[in-house]
Every structure is written in structure tokens, then in C-alpha cells.
Ligand binder design. Structure first.
Ligand SMILES: [Zn+2]
Length: 183
């Protein structure tokens, strides 16, 4: 359905802030709350009107959105720790979680108390603190910064959006862009 096609929404300062569908985008354009940024050279017809088909729109006003904190999940912990055991540094063994301060010593489930660890290190450390076990953490565990662009699904970025998404230019090579495989 053409009205459900995804449209990238930019803030007044051209920063991506959302992805909406064509229906919503046309609504914003119709109410003069946004402008079309890309000329798709395609049109949509209604009974009484013809619209430029939006692909990227920009709001005429600034929207302030609170940044969403990352959820403490297995995947996010491993990503923060770059899939490396935080004690021996290996990335070749199966990873598990380690409570830095063990639960039996009052250690909680938090960004600053959970790290990725390989099974041998996890077993070696057991119910001890790193100091008691004579083990050192490679990095001090912290809460990762919120993801500004969590609304963008990496798999579904259209080629035409790439100039507006700061990290996507680095992420995708020009070859991929030419081949148009991102749509
Ligand atoms: Zn290890």
C-alpha cells in the first residue's frame, strides 16, 4: 500500500527524528507543518488533488525529544563490551554475564555491575569480587549513551536517506549505494 511507504522525518535543523508513513507525511505537508526535502519525481493522486510523493520531509519547527535510555539486555551488554570477555579479553569463547559484585554480596542487575565474560573466567571468578579473585576488568562498566536514532531500522534505510543520516555514510560503502541494495 503506497500510503504506508516509509518517510524519513527531519527536525527543523535537518536532524533525523522519526520515520512515519506517507499518509502522515502528506498530512504534515498539507497542514504546512513540513516541507518536502527530496523531489522523488513521483506523484500521488487523490480525488481532488495531486501531491508530490514524499520520501524525506523536514518539519518547520523544532521538536525536542527526550533521548531513550538503552535497555539492559543481553545483546546490549555484549555490544557495549564489543563481544569481548571483560577479564581476559577473548572474543573467541562463548560469552555469558558476570556480576562484578556477586549477587550473594549484594551486587545488583545494573549496567555498572554486569559485564560480558567467557565461561572459564566466569567460573574462575565464581562468587568473588574481581579483587578477591585476583582478576582485573579491562573496562569499567558504564551505561551506554542513549541511541539518538533508535527509530531507524538499520536494515530498512533507503538509499535516498543516507545523506541525512550521519552514521550511515560511514557504515555503507559507495558500492552498496550504487547497487541500490539498501531499499
Ligand atoms: Zn575470559
Amino acid at each position: 500500500m503506497i500510503l504506508n511507504t516509509r518517510v524519513l522525518v527531519l527536525n527543523q535543523n535537518y536532524e533525523p527524528i522519526n520515520v512515519c508513513n506517507t499518509r502522515r507525511a502528506i498530512n504534515l505537508l498539507g497542514k504546512r507543518k513540513a516541507e518536502n526535502v527530496i523531489d522523488t519525481r513521483e506523484y500521488l493522486r487523490s480525488i481532488n488533488d495531486i501531491f508530490d510523493k514524499p520520501d524525506v520531509i523536514r518539519l518547520f519547527y523544532m521538536v525536542k525529544r527526550p533521548l531513550q535510555r538503552k535497555k539492559l539486555t543481553r545483546k546490549e551488554i555484549f555490544e557495549r563490551d564489543k563481544f569481548q570477555c571483560q577479564y581476559c579479553g577473548t572474543s573467541k569463547k562463548t560469552l555469558t554475564f558476570d556480576h562484578v559484585v556477586p549477587r550473594c554480596n549484594g551486587g545488583n542487575l545494573s549496567w555498572t555491575n554486569i559485564v560480558s565474560a567467557c565461561k572459564p573466567c566466569n567460573l574462575k571468578k565464581a562468587g568473588k569480587t574481581p579483587k578477591e579473585a585476583g582478576m582485573k576488568l579491562i573496562n569499567f562498566p558504564r551505561e551506554p549513551k542513549p541511541n539518538r536514532y533508535s527509530f531507524i531500522d538499520h536494515e530498512k534505510i533507503k538509499t535516498s536517506w543516507i545523506p541525512f543520516i550521519p552514521w550511515s555514510k560511514k557504515k555503507y560503502s559507495s558500492l552498496e549505494i550504487k547497487e541500490n541494495i539498501l531499499i
